[in-house]
Design a protein around this ligand. Structure first.
Ligand SMILES: Cc1ncc(COP(=O)(O)O)c(C=O)c1O
Length: 388
């Protein structure tokens, strides 16, 4: 038989600007050079064995078929109770809480549900890399507003200048990846006042809500009633319980917003894996794991910062999340990506350039390191970094 050459049609890419991310590049480089990988943001330690036992028990109890579309009722009820206890906001578990396949799916689904072609969506750069492609997939226009250079606090004059009748939503992430800043309650209130006269929604990415340090509170959008009324609040169990690979999170939003969210969710993932939902519902009965998380990560932050204090790296504040940014201007003239490649291959520690979180790739001589690692891993990294 002669082979027939079948033709694969040529596509016009929906996301022409998207290529291999720096996270993949740096992780491959870290493996190649045996570097300690402080680049990608995930723990190198295990979750609580009780959580694993709960998943196992759920599977053996026969919780292995499709759950309800919005998530199992006990998990939605546990999440509603947790939000009320922590932030004083009452969400109806039936009509206002949805279980998602992690925050990534929650954010895409929220954007697809609310953004119409031509709508504008504000993102505050530097920002998580999925936001802009999500907005583009919905046919929206990405409006980039920079966080204040130097301290990465919100620039309210710039946000106000960007708001207009076409602004469908603004995405805010606090505690913030990559800068590790945490919005104060006053800053959230200022955002609430800015949005009050508009029809703009807030998509509040709060995946690091349980990693806020030095006794500061997490100012959730849900805790400010005028903001909660226009917000889709996104949380992630992956971050909170050291199970980033489970890809499970929740969305809390007023009933009319949840109804639109679920229309897309239904035909996007439809449901999220059943045994994990049962396990998390049972595990949430004890608040200790998330109540003690700030102290757990603060100890790692302090160990890491103390180790870096003797180097010429300038440490930016790390108020929350599991990231620490460093200004390496006193150490090297290299651009951020070149510096991170050098750090990985020559020093043996992988980091992520801050420029990866900006569309224009601007260079501020800053790199992001992740300290969600075992103390031994951090100490090995610190030994290597102590030469700088
Ligand atoms: C700011 C931010 N949002 C969302 C996510 C994604 O969370 P999930 O793993 O639950 O999809 C991450 C993960 O790194 C993140 O840093």
């Amino acid at each position: 038989m002669t082979a027939v050459a079948h033709r694969t049609p040529t596509l016009a890419s929906r996301l022409p600007a998207v290529g291999t991310t720096i996270f993949t590049v740096m992780s491959a480089l870290a493996t190649q050079h045996g570097a300690v990988n402080l680049g990608q943001g995930f723990p190198d330690f295990e979750c609580d064995p009780k959580l694993l036992d709960a998943v196992n028990a759920a599977m053996r109890a026969g919780h292995n078929q499709y759950p309800p579309m919005a998530g199992i009722a006990p998990l939605r009820e546990a999440v509603a109770a947790k939000i009320e206890a922590l932030y004083g906001a009452r969400y109806d578990a039936g009509s206002e809480i949805t279980v998602t396949a992690g925050a990534t799916q929650a954010i895409l689904t929220a954007i697809l549900a609310v953004v119409h072609p031509g709508d504008e969506v504000i993102v505050l750069e530097p920002c998580y890399d999925s936001y802009a492609p999500n907005i583009e997939l919905a046919g929206g226009r990405v409006v980039r507003v920079a966080l204040t250079p130097g301290n990465f606090r919100p620039d309210f004059a710039a946000i106000a200048a960007a708001l207009n009748p076409k602004t469908r939503a603004i995405l805010v992430n606090s505690p913030h990846n990559p800068s590790a800043t945490v919005w104060t309650r006053a800053e959230m209130q200022r955002l609430a006042s800015l949005l009050e006269p508009t029809d703009t929604l807030l998509i509040s990415d709060e995946v690091y809500e349980h990693m806020v340090f030095d006794g500061a509170p997490h100012a959730s959008a849900s805790s400010i009633p005028s903001l909660a009324a226009r917000s889709v609040v996104v949380s992630s169990f992956g971050k909170t319980f050291h199970v980033t690979g489970w890809k499970i999170g929740t969305v809390a939003a007023p009933a009319p917003l949840t109804a639109e969210f679920r229309k897309v969710h239904q035909f996007n993932v439809f449901t999220v894996n059943t045994p994990m939902q049962h396990a998390l519902a049972a595990y949430l009965a004890d608040p200790t794991p998330y109540r003690t998380l700030p102290a757990f990560y603060q100890a790692k932050r302090d160990l890491f910062r103390a180790g870096l204090a003797g180097t010429r790296l300038r440490l930016l504040p790390s108020e929350g999340s599991y990231f620490q940014c460093i200004d390496y201007s006193a150490v090297s003239d290299l651009g951020e990506e070149a510096f991170c490649r050098w750090l990985t291959s020559e020093v043996g520690v992988a980091a992520i350039p801050l420029s990866a979180f900006y569309a224009d790739g601007r260079d501020q001589h800053i790199a992001r390191l992740c300290f969600a690692k075992r103390d031994e891993t951090l100490k090995t990294a610190l030994e290597r970094l102590s030469r700088l």
